[in-house]
Design a protein around this ligand. Structure first.
Ligand SMILES: NC(=O)c1ccc[n+]([C@@H]2O[C@H](COP(=O)([O-])OP(=O)(O)OC[C@H]3O[C@@H](n4cnc5c(N)ncnc54)[C@H](OP(=O)(O)O)[C@@H]3O)[C@@H](O)[C@H]2O)c1
Length: 262
């Protein structure tokens, strides 16, 4: 059956490849990116009459507008893939003092999910991009008060998205599956080339697991789970995600930061 699927960060890397494959399978893929020229190039690459949405996810008011434009056109969204992410960026702190890595990798997908959840059906899915790189979250750093290196911020922001996936899913019933996925490590994207100077592994490894998480049977009862595609199995995330106190602190801080931009 044809599904309507929004993939954030589908102008490059794993997101673009996933979009191309899903569109080739006949799904109605909504492309998202921050750069209009890259969105146009992605639309041409994906082919067909594909919708595009521009929004810089480091700006939570742009996230709100993005959700509004999608809801203005769609009464139902079957799958949201929160794929956009950042590791290296020339600017790490936003004008409002927040750390851009946490905003793009953790807060923006949280807010987008919150705003789109009303149009995602109970048999729909929210697929969140985690990573093998996970580290306990320094709450002060998430608030923008402690500078972090690229890798520290990345790993903490990826644990934070894994935590909100787990915690949020616990409070939902008769609701879409919410799952966190490490697509596989060192896949050959721009992020990996810029971050590690490596050519990287076949990106199909990542795209194929995202498609499985979005549509596949084995993810149908996986709400709250973490799938580690390095081992090819559901597994526990970093121990800090299982620590109830840490998870509660992270959830409270995420909500506080998102609400600050209301
Ligand atoms: N590659 C890996 O080995 C690997 C491993 C684990 C997890 N992941 C995760 O997989 C996801 C995809 O990464 P990738 O490797 O495919 O990296 P990528 O090629 O750099 O793609 C990232 C995508 O996110 C978009 N993006 C970045 N910052 C944004 C912002 N502020 N607003 C809107 N869009 C933004 C990028 O837009 P532009 O095209 O404009 O840059 C691009 O479309 C990320 O969440 C990443 O953390 C990747």
């Amino acid at each position: 059956m044809t599904k309507t699927i929004l993939i954030t960060g589908s102008t490059d890397g794993i997101g673009l490849l996933t979009a191309t494959k899903l569109a080739a399978d006949g799904h109605n893929v909504l492309l998202h990116g921050r750069s209009q020229p890259k969105l146009e190039a992605a639309a041409t690459a994906v082919g067909g009459d594909v919708e595009t949405y521009a929004a810089d996810l480091s700006d939570l008011s742009a996230v709100r507008e993005l959700a509004e434009s999608i809801r203005a056109k769609h009464g139902k969204l079957d799958v949201l893939i929160n794929n956009a992410g950042v590791l290296k960026t020339p600017q790490t702190v936003l004008e409002n003092g927040q750390d851009i890595r946490f905003v793009v990798n953790t807060l923006a997908p949280f807010l987008l999910t919150e705003l789109l959840l009303p149009i995602i059906p109970a048999d729909g899915r929210v697929v969140n991009l985690s990573s093998a790189a996970q580290a306990p979250v320094n709450l002060k750093a998430m608030q923008g008060n402690v500078p972090l290196t690229d890798m520290e911020a990345y790993a903490q922001s990826k644990l934070a998205i894994t935590i909100w996936t787990r915690e949020w899913s616990k409070s939902l019933s008769d609701a879409p599956v919410m799952v966190a996925v490490n697509p596989g490590s060192l896949l050959a994207s721009k992020m990996v080339k810029e971050g590690f100077g490596l050519t990287g592994n076949d990106m199909n490894i990542g795209a194929d697991i995202l498609i499985d998480a979005a549509l596949g049977e084995r993810f149908a009862d996986a709400s709250g789970a973490y799938f580690d595609n390095d081992s090819g199995a559901f597994s526990d995330p970093h121990a800090a995600a299982l620590d109830k106190g840490h998870a509660a602190d992270v959830m409270n801080t995420i909500k506080e930061l998102v609400n600050q931009t209301n």
